[in-house]
Each structure stands twice: as C-alpha cells, then as structure tokens.
Design a protein around this ligand. Structure first.
Ligand SMILES: Nc1ncnc2c1ncn2[C@@H]1O[C@H](COP(=O)(O)OP(=O)(O)OP(=O)(O)O)[C@@H](O)[C@H]1O
Ligand SMILES: [Mg+2]
Length: 454
C-alpha cells in the first residue's frame, strides 16, 4: 500500500455496503468501521481527514442517535475532520441537523458511488487547504516573534525590539516607559535573555507591591536580628541578581529615602544589608520600568533627578497596543492558538465579527487586556469560532477626525486602513486588495508610496 494515499474512514454497519465502498476508491486508503467504538478507535489511530458516516448504527440502526453520537465524538476529538453524513430515505432534516453539529456535507442513500466520490474528493481538498493554512499561520506567528517571546509585526514595536537587542550586551541601565500591559516585563526578560548575563539570574521586584517599610530589606537584604521579625540573615533582590539582571518594576514608587540608598548602590556598586556595615560588591545589570511620568515627579521633588539619570542611560518608550496597527489581531490569534491548545481544543479561530472588533477596539489595558479577553472567551465559548460577543466587544463607531490638514489626514487614513487590511488578510496581497476594493497593482503602488510591507 502506498504510504502517501489519503485516508478515508467509512462508518457503515451494512456488510454489503461495506464491501462495495471498500473497493470503490483505489486512490484512497480505506478503513471500515461498523460501530461507534471501532470508528472512534480508527479515528484516533489513523486520523483520517475525511469520514463518511451512516447515521443508522447499532444499537439504533433505524434511528439516528448512535450516528449523531459518533459525529459529536469526532467533532470533540478532531474537529477539523470532514464528516460526510449519509441521509437515508430522504431524511433531510437529520442531514441538516448533522451539518449544524459540524458535519461537512451529506449524501443521499442509496449510495451513488460517483456522486459520493466527488463529495469525498472535495472534502479532502478542503482539508488539505485548511491544514496548509494552519501551518502557514503557525509559521507566521513564529516569524513575528522577536526577542524570544514578543509577538509583533508593527514597525514601532520592531524598532523597540531592535533597540533592546542592540543594548543588551552593553551594561547600560535601561528604563522602559509604557502603559500598563504593554509588555514591559516581557521586554526586560527579553533583554536579559539576549545579553551575555543570560547565565545569571533575572530578578524582578515590583516596588509598588511591597509596603514601604519592607522595601529596603527586600532590595538590600538584612542581617539576623536587624529588626523585629528578622529571624535569619536574608539576601536582598539586588544581591540575588549578582551576575544577572535586576528588574525594578514601578521604580517611580520607591520612596525618597530609599532612592538615596539605591543611588549610592548605582554609583558604588556595593550594598550593605540592613543591620550591617559590611560592603558587599554586586555586579548586576539594572533594567527598570514605570508607567508614571518621572519627569513630572522630578519637578515636584518626588523623584531624584540624579537617580533618574543613573537609571535611564537608555530610555525605551513602548508604544501602546493601539499604536501598533495590526498587532492586536496578530496577538489575538497567537493567544487563541495557545489557550485553545491548553484549555479548549474545540476552538478553531475567530469569527469575522470578532476580528473586526479586535481591530477597532482601543485596548486601554493593552496586551494584558487582550490576553485576558481571549483567555476568557476560549474558556467560555461553546462555539468553534470565538465571536465578538464572547470577547465582550462590539465594533465601536468610527472615530472622530482630529487632523485638519486634508492631505495628511488622507495619508494617515490610507496607511491605517492598508495596515489593518494587511493584518486581517495575514499579508496576502490579493485578499488585501479585495478587502480594500482596489486592484493589486494599485495596492503595490500604495505599499511603495507609504513604504509599507506586506
Ligand atoms: N508583544 C507581546 N507578545 C506576546 N505576549 C505579550 C506581548 N506583550 C505582552 N505580552 C503578554 O502580556 C502580558 C502583559 O505583559 P507584561 O507583564 O510584560 O506587561 P507590563 O507592561 O509589565 O504590564 P503591567 O504594567 O500590567 O505590569 C504578559 O502575559 C505578557 O507575556
Ligand atoms: Mg509589569
């Protein structure tokens, strides 16, 4: 038997039909099952892309209950299987019901081998295209990965990633500025992983999450008996990051007295644990982040300017998700693939209304909000495709126009729409042109004019 023949599973309890169907398609590797248990066993073992299913199976050969049970199981185990249902005695209703449950098509009994053959081949063709698409999509999100784990195709964000890569191997301190959920911590880790300190530890401390009176000992450690409750000598986060990277998250929340002590460490690269006068040298790379306006805090006297300049040798501004056109859809697909695999494999993708809503939503909570919405939708939905309602989103009204120069406004609108269309059609030029209602040559011209890439 040629190994590359496509597999076809025939679920049929009538011995005569079994024999007839078995030999009807020499170009398929045909498997026959006469009941639910053997059908499911063959589905699991052989993973046939196409299945024909007689709904009247024992123990209910004259009804449809057992056939529907097989269909449900196939859809639960391998929802991309193309199931073609036999609708006996003109039972159109059960055929339609089967399609609603996820069957691909139906055929009339008595069997017309030639007609059925056409349906089977068409189903196989579709299955091939779908699996190619899945591979392309998977490869697509691999290609859109930067710094290990960051997913983006937006030039604004790619520039950020390139900056991080460039500075990774220097020892300069890096300050990441970005709104909540924009990926500050992910970038800090990416920087550590891309640096030659990757063998050392990446130690993160959220300065806003620790009460003021404990923060000093968290950062610098303490000696046994330094204060009530200090039952044993403990290393601080700075010391733990020796040889690695220290990520000071929400650095704007460090109180002024501690800012002085941190500055001293940055200047002298030695620490003293609380309750000790011994200097311990620590070699660590500092990355910090904040969503606060540090310059305003400096003006108000709430943040030390000298500390700011020590921490911010390089400042990296992270664009909000709304400032990365196309990225929301790209990220949403990647999150959906991940969560579906982990938690609800029946979910296959987004419905078109969901993609449109994702694309137009403002994402005030940035990537974190997107991740949470997709996770909740994947867990809660009962459909194969996640819809806008599952995400708790609706496509909002078109935004008002703030730019008054007509040429600038038109260009900005063109760029935006083209990039959204590219993202929605996953960079496919023909589909993008179709979406935009323009010809392919026109699209190529516009891409060139605006220096955009498909
Ligand atoms: N470009 C991206 N690609 C993939 N995942 C991302 C990306 N950006 C952020 N994430 C994910 O989104 C979540 C939020 O990111 P992260 O914690 O890095 O953001 P943050 O700016 O530190 O947020 P916060 O201000 O809420 O602490 C994380 O689960 C992270 O893995
Ligand atoms: Mg964070």
């Amino acid at each position: 038997m040629a190994p590359d023949k496509p597999k076809l599973l025939i679920v049929e309890d009538d011995a005569g039909l079994q024999a007839q169907l078995k030999w009807a398609w020499p170009d398929f590797e045909v498997y026959i099952a006469g009941d639910r248990a053997s059908a499911i066993a063959l589905l699991r073992a052989e993973e046939p892309p196409v299945v024909t299913l007689d709904l009247g199976l024992p123990p209910d050969p004259d009804g449809t209950s057992e056939g529907f049970a097989v269909l449900d199981e196939i859809m639960a185990i391998k929802p991309d299987t193309k199931v073609i249902v036999a609708s006996g005695h003109g039972a159109r209703e059960s055929a339609l019901q089967a399609i609603a449950k996820g069957a691909y098509d139906f055929y009339q009994k008595p069997v017309d081998i030639e007609a059925l053959g056409l349906i089977v081949r068409r189903a196989l063709q579709l299955s091939k295209i779908e699996s190619e698409n899945r591979q392309l999509a998977a490869r697509g999100s691999e290609d859109n990965r930067v710094l290990g784990r960051m997913i983006t195709a937006a030039p604004e964000m790619l520039k950020v990633a390139r900056t991080i890569e460039r500075v990774a191997n220097t020892n300069v301190s890096v300050m990441l500025l970005g709104a909540s959920g924009t990926g500050k911590e992910l970038l800090a880790r990416g920087l550590h992983d891309a640096s030659d300190r990757t063998g050392g530890a990446f130690v993160a401390i959220n300065c806003a999450a620790i009460p003021e009176n404990l923060l000093e000992s968290e950062l610098f450690g303490h000696e046994k008996g330094a204060f009530t409750g200090a039952v044993k000598t403990t290393e601080g986060k700075i010391e733990l990051a020796d040889g690695g990277t220290l990520f000071l998250d929400e650095v704007g929340d460090i109180p002024l007295p501690l800012q002085v002590k941190l500055l001293r460490f940055l200047q002298e690269r030695v620490i003293e644990r609380v309750g000790s006068r011994k200097s311990i040298p620590v070699d660590t790379r500092i990355v910090c982040a904040t969503h606060q306006d540090l310059e305003a805090m400096i003006t108000d006297g709430r943040f030390r300017e000298d500390l700011f300049y020590r921490l911010a040798e390089i400042v990296v501004k992270i664009p909000s998700l709304a400032e990365r056109p196309g990225d929301a859809a790209l990220l949403a697909k990647a999150f959906l693939a991940r969560f579906a695999k982990e938690m609800n494999p029946a979910v296959k993708g987004f419905a078109p209304d969901a993609l449109a809503a994702i694309d137009s939503w403002g994402w005030p909570g940035n990537v974190r909000e997107l991740e949470n919405r997709v996770k909740r939708a994947v867990i809660m939905t009962e459909a194969k495709l996640v819809g806008a309602a599952d995400l708790d989103l609706v496509a909002p009204e078109a935004e008002g126009c703030q730019v008054l120069n007509l040429k600038t406004a038109r260009e900005a609108a063109d760029r935006k729409v083209i990039r959204h269309a590219l993202a929605r059609s996953e960079g496919n030029i023909s589909n993008t042109a179709k979406l935009l209602g323009i010809s392919r040559p026109t699209l190529y011209d516009l891409l060139k004019q605006y220096d955009l890439q498909a």
